[in-house]
Design a protein around this ligand. Structure first.
Ligand SMILES: C[S@@+](CC[C@H](N)C(=O)[O-])C[C@H]1O[C@@H](n2cnc3c(N)ncnc32)[C@H](O)[C@@H]1O
Length: 231
């Protein structure tokens, strides 16, 4: 199936509310466990001096879980949508875990605006994460340029996203499944996201052709892809 890009930022209020109100917790907990497992395998433990950055953080679901999992480490969530960042701040303020989220802050910025991001984070990133971001980025160069610029020798990258279905029929089947659980706005967004997603081959070839050989791409089941490693 051919890739059909979707708008990068999620800026419409209704779209943001629908996304925020959906329960994706199973997949989110799974991602935190995958990251934790990967760091353990690499003998890396994150502490006070470390910094975790969550790119395209949306309403903060993953950022909050990272902040709770690594309570001594500063976590910064970055999103280019003001509406999403407002929602993330709101969620942090009403969270039952508010006391545990003192290590978490948000920045409203496009992921390409490396200069301002660097000014605002002001130190090396230890763990650079994203979830469901890559498919929003129209050109893969922009995503990889950003992670290259934000990474140093110590940075572990871990980016998970949807995998583009093989054909339109499979995409429509996934859309129907989604509609049984979620509202129309979210279902349409999910379908647009599936069509905007990249394939394993596209991501893998990009790393091979652009001197990013320390990054690997992994197919996580039949729906997800993970780009991980060092840059
Ligand atoms: C599908 S949401 C994922 C949110 C969150 N990571 C999660 O897993 O729940 C994708 C987010 O990426 C943000 N985004 C897309 N393109 C971006 C860009 N170029 N710069 C900053 N944020 C971007 C969108 O605004 C949206 O909030």
């Amino acid at each position: 199936m051919e890739r059909i890009p979707e708008p990068e930022l999620m800026e419409e209020k209704e779209q943001v509310i629908s996304y925020d109100e959906a329960d994706f917790s199973e997949g989110e907990v799974n991602l935190i466990n995958q990251i934790n497992h990967y760091l353990s395998r690499k003998n890396i433990s994150l502490g006070e001096k470390d910094l975790i950055v969550d790119l395209g953080c949306g309403p903060g679901n993953i950022s909050e879980k990272l902040a709770i999992k690594w309570p001594n480490t500063e976590v910064v969530g970055i999103d280019g949508s003001k509406e999403m960042i407002l929602r993330a701040e709101y969620n942090k303020n009403i969270s039952n875990n508010q006391k545990k989220l003192k290590n978490l802050r948000y920045i409203c910025s496009d992921i390409r605006d490396i200069k301002s991001i660097n000014l605002l984070i002001n130190r090396d990133v230890s763990l650079l994460v994203s979830n469901s971001l890559i498919h929003h980025i129209t050109n893969l160069e922009d995503f990889f340029n950003t992670i290259r610029s934000l990474s140093s020798k110590i940075t572990v990258n871990f980016h998970k996203d949807l995998k583009r279905p093989l054909d339109e029929k499979s995409a429509l089947q996934l859309k129907t499944q989604c509609s049984k659980e979620y509202n129309e706005i979210l279902t349409n967004d999910y379908y647009a996201s599936l069509r905007a997603s990249y394939t394993f081959k596209e991501l893998k070839n990009f790393t091979l052709e652009n001197d990013l050989l320390s990054l690997d791409v992994f197919e996580d089941g039949d729906k997800y892809l993970i780009v991980y490693g060092n840059v």
